[in-house]
Design a protein around this ligand. Structure first.
Ligand code: IMP
Length: 427
């Protein structure tokens, strides 16, 4: 029996969807524990491309159970669109369940997200605009609407009345924006509730029973360590806990029940949205990585900022998440670069920092300290074992693993399921 958490070790978009999809083959259950449709996973299975935002990547295996934990914020409209889209392509969605404790993203959350961003002006976070932050803020303020409310028309009416009054005051009174009409929202969302009621089940009970029975469970993280509300580059973060500890809280499984934590990292690094990024490449190399790696957001289409692999960040991710292994993705994208740099430390006001700083003020002033290696040529996409890789690519992987302090278990050399090498078996 194995229970594995797959977490992003960078700023999100590390290729977790592909790694989860790969590991899902041997899992009985895949559960998402945080975030919402701000995430975007592209999975290629049997030559077909699937873009998933909310539904766990395991859905492409018909017999797996896929769960959405209490830590997720769920936009019912997006969820319905996603299940309908999958069903129309012949994917079975009957094994999908949503926690009654998951909070619902309402239309006023999306409006508030846009107004909040506009009011931040030059200090905007660059959110995905999906209402994620406001939905989590309401959860913490204890004014949120949960799935259990959405599927119970009386309870929904009551909680929506209270919530909408407050939101309309904020949107109209403070932001001068348009409010929402109760009857309209109630009508649309109670229909969503009716449609989704069959999916609602106690995810914590399902998971704990499965673990007791010795089944394999995969906890699928969204976003990444540096976007974690506690451990990320605050305030340029998302509003949930993508770090491994979030897997426990966001699914209702005790931390002692999670056996392994895998950190997914690209062979380089990317970031979307605002905020300091020490190894960012604002040059032809950055552009090459962006074009070759198709580094444009799955959710918003925004170009991703690209930079060299940063082992200060990798060591930080290893510490925060207790990483057992790394899964390194997109190694193939780096082919053809003459020289490759690895960031080993930061230089800040003449001082060498080997630990990731807690403030943006310091991070913004950090210059990367690099070690250089020669690059490699040749197409990596057909490689199926470590020995198939060019020697310089092998040396690069060994070096980043050594400097990150974590062994590599998986290597990705292309988007397909078969383009994944296993160095250490995880089950
Ligand atoms: P939010 O999650 O929409 O509130 O956005 C907050 C920050 O997290 C912004 O910088 C987003 O670009 C970033 N973010 C949210 N989801 C993802 C993701 O799945 N990948 C990468 N960045 C993300």
């Amino acid at each position: 029996m194995s229970t594995i958490a797959v977490v992003g070790a960078q700023w999100g978009d590390e290729g977790k969807g592909k790694v989860t999809d790969f590991l899902a083959r041997d899992a009985d259950i895949v559960v998402r524990y945080q975030g919402g449709n701000n995430a975007g996973h592209t999975v290629v299975a049997d030559g077909q491309e699937f873009k998933l935002h909310l539904i766990p990547s395991g859905i492409l295996y018909p017999e797996k159970m896929c769960l959405i934990g209490n830590g997720v914020v769920l936009d019912p409209e997006v969820f319905i669109r996603e299940i309908d889209g999958l069903a129309s392509r012949g994917i079975n969605v009957d094994n999908l369940r949503i926690s009654p404790r998951a909070h619902v993203i309402m239309p006023y959350h999306r409006k508030q997200d846009a107004c909040d961003e506009e009011s931040r002006g030059a200090k905007k976070i660059g959110t995905t605009g999906r209402g994620i932050g406001p939905a989590y803020a309401d959860k913490i303020s204890r004014t949120g609407i949960r799935m259990a409310d959405l599927v119970d028309s009386e309870s929904f009416k009551d909680s929506l009345k209270t919530a909408l009054e407050a939101k309309n005051n904020l949107l109209k009174g403070v932001y001068g924006a348009e409010g929402s009409d109760f009857d309209e929202v109630y009508g649309t969302y109670s229909r969503f509730g009716e449609r989704l009621s069959g999916f609602v089940a106690d995810v914590s009970i399902i998971l704990n029973e499965a673990i007791r029975e010795g089944r394999n469970v995969l906890f699928e993280g969204a976003q990444g360590t540096l976007l974690d509300i506690d451990h990320g580059t605050y305030p340029y973060v998302t509003s949930s806990s993508p770090a491994a500890a979030g897997a426990s809280l966001g699914s209702g499984v005790g931390p002692t029940r999670i056996n392994k934590v895998i950190g997914v990292a690209k062979a380089y690094i990317t970031r979307v949205g605002e905020g300091p990024f020490p190894t960012e490449l604002n040059d032809g190399t950055g552009e090459k990585l962006r074009q070759r790696g198709h580094e444009f957001g799955t959710t918003t289409g925004r170009p991703r900022r690209c930079g060299w692999y940063d082992t200060v960040i990798a060591r930080y991710a290893a510490r925060i998440n207790g990483l057992d292994y790394l899964a390194i993705t997109k190694l193939d994208v780096m082919t053809g670069l003459e020289r490759i740099k690895i960031c080993t430390a930061y230089s800040y006001k003449g001082e060498t920092l080997t630990e990731f700083p807690p403030t943006l003020k310091v991070l913004a002033g950090c210059e990367p300290v690099y070690e250089e290696m020669p690059g490699w040529t040749g197409d990596l996409t057909p490689a199926r074992s470590f020995g198939d890789l060019p020697v310089n690519a092998q040396k690069y992987l060994n070096r980043i693993s050594e400097l990150s302090g974590v062994p590599v278990a998986l290597i990705g050399v292309g988007p397909g399921r078969e383009q994944t090498m296993v160095l250490n078996n995880l089950y």
